[in-house]
Each structure stands twice: as structure tokens, then as C-alpha cells.
Ligand binder design. Structure first.
Ligand SMILES: NC(=O)C1=CN([C@@H]2O[C@H](COP(=O)(O)OP(=O)(O)OC[C@H]3O[C@@H](n4cnc5c(N)ncnc54)[C@H](OP(=O)(O)O)[C@@H]3O)[C@@H](O)[C@H]2O)[C@@H](O)CC1
Ligand SMILES: Nc1ncnc2c1ncn2[C@@H]1O[C@H](COP(=O)(O)OP(=O)(O)O)[C@@H](O)[C@H]1O
Ligand SMILES: [K+]
Length: 466
């Protein structure tokens, strides 16, 4: 049985080819692997089709080969199947697959209509934009069927970057990833074209250096002998807009730390459960028991905020930098010995990249370069949140409800992260735990919640990880 890591890893096209090669080297003939993969994918298509007719569009490579095998399996299962193949198979396995099918193949879409459409034109081997003819055929067939399923990666999408190479590509209802997730399954804009995703395992083993999808963390309840300090003291430094730090604190109190202290110059209107320290930030943070500090939400950007940031950086422990702190921090301020997590949204990521002279293209490359250059773990927030560590680890969050696109939800995420770090998680693990808990809290809230309701749901999200 495949390990959890093998099922959550995200592979580049080259890593996938290497993984397949290892399976061949272990003695499995290439066509046997294609039959295994396509047989399992066909089972999904059969269930989804539920007796409806199926049209399979087959390309010249192994993605097309998979299409012929899927068509064969569905026909054997009693479904009405039509194959459209604008080009003859070119790879040895695809040629064998066509021979296995052994029935008619249409070379053009013509007037083919049907119920379920399966796109096996190109998969992870796509190297360039679809030709006009291929793109039109794909779009026409998708439009003339009730539902569309993409095999492995939808045609016209770059597997390694998630770039959509052609305009007006269809949107799929279901995408069946073969063997492992690819970056296109996780990143925008490709992710938005794929509908529901399912992974079809084919025995690919876990690769240590692979990126991973963030999965549900396994968290432990407090030990029998735990007390508030042993569970971790998180300090949150507030600023001119105390609401933001209150949101962070409300989330932090529900994410594992035993003690959450809010350091602000004026006590906000917050519940009695929140420990507020209105002494000077230097005094408030001068406490050896503090395990992790969060600074940034609601901080504002002026001389006083820079002083507060410098004080937080002097704590030398675990630190979360968010919001305004990301605009105020300068490369020379960071101590390589500190464990720092930065949680920028796109605008803050741009600002940090400018400061650290990062010129890489695309969010993934920028987050990785920034992590390597700054020594911070970078949690680049958005609908496809990317977490990158200075050591080169990469994790991508699973889709979270788009209802999170409201003000204040980033403060909640930062609060969860500092709580996890105070509780002992390293910054990369804390970021993964935080994005999962954040997404789950949003699912618990349902549609149209406030950021305070989101923070208040974090405890219920955590309960699902015990
Ligand atoms: N290895 C295995 O056994 C397994 C593989 N599996 C399956 O294999 C798929 C990958 O197969 P693949 O590498 O053959 O690539 P695929 O995506 O079918 O097509 C690439 C071909 O098309 C060409 N081409 C590229 N872009 C083009 C364009 N825009 N317009 C026109 N042509 C274009 C390119 O050739 P080129 O013209 O660049 O020389 C190349 O020949 C993967 O997604 C999964 O479904 C599974 O069965 C598991 C076991
Ligand atoms: N469309 C979306 N789908 C999923 N998550 C989203 C979406 N839009 C925003 N988010 C999440 O909501 C949070 C917004 O953070 P941020 O922009 O910093 O908000 P604020 O600064 O107002 O607190 C991030 O965690 C981000 O990943
Ligand atoms: K495809």
C-alpha cells in the first residue's frame, strides 16, 4: 500500500518520468504500467458515467495511450464508447493500446455528441501550446457533452507551472491525476480548470525531495501533566489597529498554545479570556517564558512600529512576521539563528522580493528564492498558498473555501501559526498546520462568515486533528 507521503507528493514531469523508470527497472513492462494506470482511471470514469455514453479524445503520446485502454475497459464494461484521435499513436505503449482497442477510431470530431467526454489528448508530456486545430477540437467536444473529465492533466496546461497555454480551454468537471499530483493540480490558473480532483495511485514511491500537498495534521491533546506554560506562551504585539491583533489572539487561543498574551499600548475591547499587557512592548516581551512572538497585524508603519519590530526581533526565539511587519523588516535585521515564519499575501511578497533583490518569475519560484535568501519560512498566501523553507522544502495548501477572501482572515492565519510555534512546531510545520486549520475553520463556518467567526471556529477545526 502506498504511504501517506507518496499520496501527497507533487512531482515535476521529470520526477514523474524518473519514478516511472524506477517501476520499469523493477521489472514491470511499460505497457503493463499503462494498463494498470488506465484500468484504475477507467474505473473512476465508469462510476462517473453511470451507464452514459463516453467519448474519448486520444492524442499521439502516452496520455492518448491511456485513452485507448480506458475506452477498451469501458467498452468491456458495456458502455457505448467512441474514440476521436486526430493523430496516430507515436509511442510504443500507445501503439499497443490502439491494438488492444481494435475497433473504429474517428479522426475528426465531426458531429460527435455524447454524454461524458474524456480528454486524453495530451498530459504531462505537453511541451507547447495546442495547435489551433487541437484546441478547437477539444473545446467543441467538451461543449457537446454533458460533462468533461481530464486524464492526468487537462490538455493545454503546463504540468510543471500550472500555466494555461491556450485561451478558451474548457473547464473540466473532474480531473484524474495519474500516479502523483503535478504542480498544475495545485497552482492557479490551472487549478481553476480542473473541477473535482482524484488521484489514481500506480505504485509510485515517496520521493524525499518532492513538494507535498498540505494534509490534515495529526495533533496531540495536552499531556496529562501539561500546564499553560509547558503548552507554550505566544505573545502577539498589537499596534494602531488593535482589532487585527485581537483576531490573531482569538485564533491563537484556540490553536494549541497554553497562554496567549496581547501586548498593546491601549487595552482593546476584547473578552476577559484574553490576557492584555499594556506596558511598553520592551517590558511586555521581556519574559523568558515567551516561546513565540507574532508581530504585524494592525501594527501600522511608523517609527514606533519599527522600534516594536526591533524589540520582537531581539527576543531571539520563534517569530511570525505578517502584514505591516513585512513592509518594515529589512534584510540586515534578521538573525539567521532565529526561526522566522513570514506570511505575505501577493502584495507583501512583492515588497519582500524587492527588499531581498529576488527577480525569479512566478509565485513558486519567488517564494522558494525568498526563503533561501532570507532564511525565513515563507507562507505565500492566496487561493493556492505556497509554503517554502530555506532548506528547499515546499508544500502547497489544498483548496480552501473562497469565502476566506475577506479582510482579517490573514490575521487569523498568523494567530494560528504563532500558537502552533509556541506549542513547539518548527516554522514550516506550523505554517502547514496553520493553513490546514484555517481552511477547515472556514469549512466549519460555511458561507459568508466574519473573520471573528473564523477565529472562533479554529478550536473545532483543531478537534478534527486529534
Ligand atoms: N510512462 C508511462 O508508462 C506512463 C505514462 N502515463 C501517461 O503518460 C502521459 C505522458 O505521456 P507522454 O510523455 O507520452 O506525453 P503526452 O502528454 O501524451 O504527449 C506528449 C507527446 O505529444 C507531443 N506534444 C507535446 N505537446 C504538443 C502539442 N502542443 N501539440 C502537438 N504535440 C505535442 C510530444 O512530442 P513532440 O512533438 O514534442 O516531440 C509528445 O510526443 C501522462 O500524462 C499519463 O497520461 C500513465 O499511463 C502512467 C504510465
Ligand atoms: N479565494 C480564496 N480562496 C481561499 N483562500 C483565500 C482566498 N482569498 C484569500 N484567502 C485566504 O485568506 C487569507 C487572507 O489574508 P490577507 O490578505 O493577509 O488578509 P488580511 O490582511 O485582511 O487579514 C489568506 O490566508 C488567504 O490564503
Ligand atoms: K489530458
Amino acid at each position: 500500500m502506498a504511504s501517506d507521503n507518496a499520496l501527497s507528493q507533487i512531482l515535476t514531469t521529470q520526477q514523474m518520468r524518473d519514478a516511472e523508470q524506477r517501476i520499469f527497472d523493477a521489472g514491470m513492462p511499460e505497457f503493463d504500467l499503462m494498463q494498470l494506470a488506465s484500468g484504475r482511471a477507467a474505473e473512476w470514469v465508469r462510476r462517473i458515467a453511470a451507464g452514459r455514453s463516453v467519448t474519448v479524445l486520444c492524442g499521439p503520446g502516452n496520455n492518448g495511450g491511456d485513452g485507448y485502454v480506458i475506452a477498451h475497459c469501458l467498452q468491456k464494461a458495456g458502455l457505448e464508447v467512441t474514440i476521436v484521435a486526430p493523430e496516430a499513436p507515436k509511442t510504443p505503449s500507445a501503439k499497443q493500446a490502439l491494438a488492444l482497442w481494435g475497433d473504429d477510431v474517428l479522426t475528426s470530431g465531426g458531429s460527435v455528441q455524447g454524454e461524458v467526454f474524456v480528454d486524453c489528448l495530451f498530459g504531462s508530456g505537453l511541451t507547447r501550446k495546442l495547435s489551433g486545430e487541437h484546441s478547437l477540437l477539444l473545446r467543441d467536444l467538451a461543449e457537446r457533452h454533458q460533462m468533461a473529465i481530464a486524464l492526468d492533466v487537462p490538455s493545454g496546461i503546463a504540468s510543471d507551472s500550472g500555466a494555461v497555454l491556450n485561451e478558451r480551454l474548457p473547464r473540466f468537471d473532474v480531473t484524474l491525476a495519474l500516479g502523483a499530483w503535478k504542480f498544475a493540480h495545485c497552482l492557479l490558473p490551472a487549478r481553476d480548470k480542473m473541477g473535482t480532483q482524484r488521484l489514481v495511485p500506480i505504485g509510485v514511491s515517496a520521493l524525499e525531495e518532492a513538494a507535498v500537498r498540505v494534509t490534515k495534521p495529526k495533533l496531540a491533546p495536552p499531556a496529562f501533566a501539561d500546564h499553560k506554560y509547558s503548552r507554550g506562551l505566544a505573545a502577539i504585539v498589537g499596534g494602531d489597529m488593535p482589532g487585527a491583533s485581537v483576531l490573531a489572539a482569538q485564533a491563537a487561543m484556540r490553536a494549541g498554545a497554553g497562554y496567549v498574551k496581547l501586548a498593546v499600548h491601549e487595552a482593546p475591547n476584547a473578552g476577559p479570556e484574553l490576557v492584555v499587557d499594556t506596558s511598553h512592548v520592551r517590558v511586555a516581551l521581556d519574559d523568558k517564558r515567551i516561546n513565540a512572538v507574532l508581530i504585524g497585524p494592525g501594527l501600522a508603519r511608523h517609527e514606533g512600529s519599527i522600534k516594536a519590530l526591533e524589540t520582537a526581533l531581539k527576543c531571539k526565539g520563534a517569530l511570525v512576521l505578517d502584514a505591516d511587519a513585512l513592509h518594515l523588516v529589512e534584510p540586515h535585521m534578521l538573525d539567521p539563528q532565529m526561526s522566522v515564519l513570514a506570511t505575505p499575501h501577493d502584495g507583501e511578497l512583492d515588497a519582500l522580493c524587492r527588499k531581498f533583490a529576488i527577480v525569479a518569475d512566478g509565485r513558486m519560484a519567488r517564494a522558494k528564492a525568498l526563503a533561501a535568501m532570507s532564511g525565513m519560512v515563507i507562507c505565500a498566501k492566496g487561493p493556492d498558498t505556497i509554503i517554502a523553507s530555506p532548506q528547499g522544502e515546499v508544500a502547497i495548501a489544498p483548496p480552501a473555501p473562497s469565502w476566506l477572501s475577506i479582510a482579517g482572515t490573514g490575521d487569523v492565519l498568523a494567530g494560528i501559526a504563532v500558537s502552533r510555534m509556541a506549542n513547539g512546531s518548527d516554522p514550516f510545520t506550523a505554517a502547514c498546520e496553520a493553513v490546514w486549520l484555517h481552511g477547515e475553520a472556514a469549512r466549519i463556518c460555511g458561507p459568508a462568515f466574519t473573520s471573528l467567526e473564523l477565529a472562533q471556529s479554529v478550536g473545532r477545526a483543531l478537534a478534527r486533528c486529534l
